[in-house]
Design a binder for this molecule. Structure first.
Ligand SMILES: Cc1cc2nc3c(=O)[nH]c(=O)nc-3n(C[C@H](O)[C@H](O)[C@H](O)COP(=O)(O)OP(=O)(O)OC[C@H]3O[C@@H](n4cnc5c(N)ncnc54)[C@H](O)[C@@H]3O)c2cc1C
Length: 374
């Protein structure tokens, strides 16, 4: 699809690009300041060398660490949760504590239950008051996850195992109960080579398919558009469903804050899975954990929008808007594109809000003009 003219062209005489399929028609997002209904902030738990997944000892107890998923926790958590549960099986007891009730804690707790453990979650906050609720959230298993120069072969092997498990698990949860669905993502670009490479970290069976739509085949104000199916997760539906599953399998949730490792060691359970995300920095003195501050601007929902976008209009005449993206969800049209390293504040970044909203106003106005309905 879409590639046939280029692929068959002789190298010397490049033919004019003609569309090989009818132009795609997409409903347009109405982006305007008066449609903004909220702005949210979340601090992604980033570690330059990637998430921690390992068993340690603490005063005779087994503590399995499972934290530091950066901008990829919604995507990867079933994988690392499953691997954490496998580590827990080395202990003779089948009673476990999980610290944290974000996506990593909830999926770890479910995996422990599936492996026969009686589980209690201890957490300072539960959904909707977790970072996980503040995510966009697409299947983005390498986003803000690791600084490429810091990864080790051992970590990479763990990552590949985790991403394979997670990709399969999420696929099987598609449907309204968990708020997971597939939609097409479009990345408009003027660069013909964009979208032809692959993500070096991802196994081949997780790369997914891509089609480069040619001029005339898409409604974007750029030469090409890269079309890619992606999984979309609606955080509030998904996290509530995970909590319900956990409780209906006999789990217990206790609201409490751990101030020191001594508090952790005082738990009655001898198997403890630490899923405290960014909280692990202070609690277990992790020197690497650093927030990547994220901000989302949410517009009034538009149920007819059935695709997501990555990137703005980026006409030669307009300044580079940086990375921006749009994800339609039932709780709103989500506009993102903010990642500020080592910023611990929950203050709204007004300059970023302007950049992200204006970039999308420009993109969808330009699409309107392409369509001729402006
Ligand atoms: C703007 C934004 C967009 C994102 N987009 C995506 C995306 O598209 N795809 C994707 O995969 N990911 C995305 N993410 C990343 C994702 O949200 C995180 O990776 C994920 O939420 C991390 O989950 P977690 O369970 O480790 O942490 P959290 O959700 O923060 O949960 C931590 C839990 O630990 C508890 N806790 C912490 N410290 C203590 C303590 N001392 N005592 C007791 N309890 C404690 C907390 O109360 C909470 O229950 C995004 C994040 C943001 C902010």
């Amino acid at each position: 699809m879409g590639l046939t003219v280029e692929a068959c062209a002789p190298r010397t005489a490049k033919p004019a690009l003609t569309p090989s399929r009818p132009a795609l028609r997409l409903p347009l997002v109405n982006v305007s300041w008066d449609r903004v209904i909220r702005t949210t902030i979340g601090l992604r738990p980033h570690r330059p060398s990637g998430f921690v997944l390992k068993a340690d000892k603490l005063d005779g107890k087994t503590v399995i660490h499972n934290f530091g998923h950066g901008g990829a926790g919604m995507s990867l958590s079933w994988g690392t949760g499953n691997m954490a549960a496998e580590l827990a099986l080395a202990h003779a007891e089948r009673k476990a504590a999980v610290m944290g009730s974000g996506v990593v804690g909830l999926t770890s707790a479910r995996e422990l239950q599936r492996h026969g453990f009686d589980v209690t979650i201890y957490a300072a906050t539960v959904p909707p008051d977790t970072t996980s609720n503040m995510s966009l959230a697409g299947f983005t298993p390498t986003s803000g996850l690791v600084d490429f120069q810091n990864r080790t072969p051992e970590w990479e092997a763990q990552f590949r195992q985790a991403v394979r498990i997670a990709y399969r698990r999420l696929q099987l949860l598609v449907g309204p109960k968990y708020g997971i669905s597939w939609i097409n993502n479009y990345a408009p670009t003027n660069n013909e080579q964009a979208g032809r490479g692959s993500n070096a970290l991802l196994p081949a069976d997780v790369q997914g398919s891509r089609v480069i739509l040619q001029p005339g085949e898409h409604p974007f104000p750029m030469k090409y558009a890269i079309e890619r199916p992606e999984m979309r997760i609606e955080p509030s539906i998904y996290l509530d469903a995970l909590m319900e599953d956990f409780l209906s399998w006999g789990g217990t949730i206790v609201i409490r804050t751990f101030e020191t490792p001594r508090d952790v060691a005082a738990l009655t359970e001898n198997v403890i899975v630490n899923c405290t995300g960014l909280g692990a920095k202070a609690l277990f003195s992790d020197p690497e954990l650093v927030p990547l501050k994220g901000q989302l601007v949410v517009l009034t929902p538009q149920p007819e929008i059935n695709y997501s976008t990555s990137g703005g209009a980026r006409q030669p005449s307009t300044p580079d808007t940086g990375f921006v993206h749009m994800m339609p969800r039932s709780d709103g049209i989500i506009l993102g594109g903010t990642s500020i390293r080592d910023n611990w504040t929950f203050d709204i970044e007004e300059q970023d809000r302007q950049r992200v909203v204006e970039a999308h106003i420009e993109l969808f106005n330009a699409m309107r003009a392409v369509r001729g309905t402006s």
